[in-house]
Design a binder for this molecule. Structure first.
Ligand SMILES: NC(=O)c1ccc[n+]([C@@H]2O[C@H](COP(=O)([O-])OP(=O)(O)OC[C@H]3O[C@@H](n4cnc5c(N)ncnc54)[C@H](O)[C@@H]3O)[C@@H](O)[C@H]2O)c1
Length: 383
């Protein structure tokens, strides 16, 4: 059996590739080595047993070559960032997904299954309950509110603070270009998959944690950024007030979820959350990490925020539990495994600063006005 892993030089795709090799698959990776992710070219962790196909999945000739003789597709290649180049999200994440199915149909390829990486970002500001008006899907918190340092999500009708609910699959509500593109990608894959009778599954990961996360990009790097700050004796810097809730899922659990849905036809044509269902505040996360690293440094909360972040994003895992998956690794293992890996990497410098500076310039990271924080003073060791 041959599996194609698009984006297989990246964090999650490379772990999937390794797991497939272990199970006896021939694995082909197609990856354009996006410079913001891989400024140093092919990563050294990529297995030599992988057939590496350099190329961009937006290019039909690349897709045709990559799909030759393929039985299973794992679609991980994606543009993920906080940059304002909106159309790139849709070209990279949605059009390329349609192209995969287009080529499969045109060439009559006997693909048996397709698993696409979706994201918790499809939920946007999340799902809430108003004590008076019940369930609601709020729009993104207005920038004027966030500029005042008012972080709570409020009912549009009575302005009361809303109670966050675990995110459940039936209520996507994307608000960012990335979230919109991942939701569109998932719909394109599930619908075209059904049209062509290729069992397809969408997996909406929460924040995935583990070895091999790119040092260079701003997206999804909390463990790396906090770890690097603490290692250099700096306080991790936290957006908003640190009480925003997240869920963090270990890469090994994410890999297991892929192998499960690969083999279980009950998952076909469905989208599933892959998270933990367990809320952790960003502040708690930073403190537990510092404790694990045995450093007595409290996080810094300077009164800044990042546009596009949801307030509370914790996924329900009821649906995927019904097909037999549960995460088994918690924060302790996440930190232990990440730190162990970091020790094996010679150069783990401060690569976040350029990404952070760019987010400030683009107005993605903003100061709270009431606190009059000059953003230029919140410099390099930013999280
Ligand atoms: N890491 C997370 O926490 C997380 C959470 C939710 C969803 N996801 C999704 O999981 C998937 C993998 O994410 P990751 O964290 O491994 O990211 P990553 O950046 O480490 O890997 C993505 C890979 O795709 C490649 N790529 C990007 N655009 C491409 C293109 N046009 N053609 C070919 N290759 C291209 C990049 O070079 C990179 O190697 C993505 O679809 C992402 O949206 C990730």
């Amino acid at each position: 059996m041959r599996a194609l892993v698009t984006g297989g030089a990246g964090f999650i795709g490379s772990h999937i590739a390794d797991a497939l090799l272990l199970r006896g698959y021939d694995v082909r990776v197609v990856d354009n080595l996006e410079p913001r992710v891989h400024p140093r070219g092919v990563p050294s962790y990529l297995s030599r047993e992988v057939e590496f196909c350099a190329g961009d999945i937006r290019d039909k000739r690349v897709v045709e070559r990559a799909l030759l003789g393929v039985d299973i597709i794992f679609h991980h290649a994606a543009y993920q960032d906080y940059m304002p180049d909106y159309s790139k999200f849709f070209h990279s994440n949605v059009v390329s997904t349609a192209l995969l199915f287009e080529v499969v149909r045109e060439k009559g390829l006997p693909v048996q299954k397709c698993i696409v990486s979706s994201s918790q970002a499809v939920y946007g500001e999340g799902q809430y309950n108003c004590p008076e008006h019940g369930f609601c899907l709020p729009p993104a918190r207005p920038v004027e509110q966030l500029d005042r340092g008012d972080w709570d999500v409020r009912c549009a009708r009575c302005h009361r603070e809303l109670e966050p609910l675990l995110l459940s699959e039936e209520h996507p509500n994307p608000t960012t270009p990335y979230g919109l593109s991942k939701y569109a990608e998932e719909i394109v894959a599930l619908r075209l998959g059904r049209m062509l009778s290729i069992p397809t599954v969408g997996l909406r990961y929460s924040i995935v944690q583990g070895a091999r996360q790119s040092f260079y990009k701003a997206y999804s790097g909390v463990c790396r950024i906090f770890t690097c700050a603490l290692r250099h004796g700096h306080a991790p810097v936290i957006y908003e007030d640190g009480l925003q809730r997240r869920d963090y899922v270990h890469i090994d659990d994410v890999v297991r979820a892929h192998l499960l849905v690969l083999e279980d036809s009950r998952a076909d044509y469905e989208a599933f959350n892959v998270g933990t269902g367990k809320p952790v505040t960003v502040l708690e996360y930073a403190r537990i990490l510092a404790k694990t690293m045995r450093v007595a440094i409290e996080p810094l909360i300077p009164g800044i925020y990042r546009r596009g972040d949801g307030r509370h994003t914790v996924s329900s895992i009821d649906k995927i539990s019904r097909v037999g998956w549960k995460p088994v690794k918690g924060l302790e293992e996440i930190f232990a495994d990440y730190l162990a890996w970091l020790d094996t990497v010679g150069d783990a410098g401060d690569y976040f600063t350029p990404a952070f500076e760019q987010m400030k310039q683009n107005g993605v990271v903003r100061p709270v006005r009431r606190q009059e924080v000059p953003l230029g003073h919140v410099r390099t060791k930013m999280a």
